[in-house]
Design a protein around this ligand. Structure first.
Ligand code: SAH
Length: 212
């Protein structure tokens, strides 16, 4: 179930769905998604679906991980990137292979600790994790070339926009239980932003505060 053939099948499926960035597809082909999931579910690791990771959270669907990564990188390579919602660490691991330095925040401590172990196991070293409310971004590490959120606020948080460099890109699902849309916000200048609405998505909500 975790064989290379099973993984290749997933990559073919992503291609069929329009993912075209070869660097992204290669990293996803190599990434062992089963280590980010509890053993009881690991036989489903290479299905293109979100799966539970405990604490009412899910590991993201591979298609959406690929899509968001591709969109984030679409204007060229990125050096400093912030991720909001580490979760299992799956998206974190993929991003880390494609950007210079990655900063990732998670509000649920036990999830963060598991993600840390998995990143160590994979010998991924260009990631710093922080246990905090990512709606505030990570001001000490800002500004960022890119920000990717894996949880949905009702509105794009102003803090995240302000932590983008000029030219920086923010990919974020936005909206409540009545529906969410994936948005791309680009900081065109110090005080102007453009927002593009990309597609309908379904993410867990961005919640405030932290869980120990
Ligand atoms: N890409 C991750 C998705 C995890 S689900 C994966 O593939 O595993 C989204 C995560 O966002 C959850 O772990 C949730 O706890 C976290 N989250 C929600 N609100 C947050 C906030 N305000 N700050 C940081 N993390 C948050």
């Amino acid at each position: 179930m975790t064989s290379q053939r099973t993984r290749d099948r997933l990559i073919n499926r992503l291609r069929e769905q329009g993912i075209a960035d070869e660097a992204v597809l290669n990293v996803m082909r190599e990434m062992p998604r089963h280590i980010f999931i509890d053993e009881a579910l690991s036989h489903r690791a290479y299905e293109d679906t979100a799966l539970p990771i405990g604490y009412n959270q899910t590991i993201s669907q591979p298609y959406i991980v690929a899509k968001m990564t591709e969109l984030l990188l679409a204007a060229g390579p990125l050096e400093r990137v912030l991720e909001v919602g580490t979760g299992s660490g799956y998206q974190t691991a993929i991003l880390a292979k494609l950007v210079g330095q990655l900063y990732s925040v998670e509000r649920i401590r036990p999830l963060q600790e598991k993600a840390r172990q998995r990143l160590q196991l994979l010998k991924i070293r260009n990631v710093q994790l922080k246990h905090s409310d990512g709606g505030m971004g990570w001001p000490e590490k800002a500004p960022f070339d890119g920000i990717l959120a894996a949880c949905a606020p009702e509105e794009v948080p102003e803090e995240l926009k302000q932590q983008l460099k000029v030219g920086g890109r923010l990919i974020i699902p936005v909206g409540g239980s009545r529906g969410q849309q994936l948005k791309l916000v680009v900081r065109e200048s110090e005080d102007s932003f453009t927002t593009e609405v990309l597609e309908a998505v379904k993410f867990v909500p961005l919640l405030s505060g932290v869980v120990r």
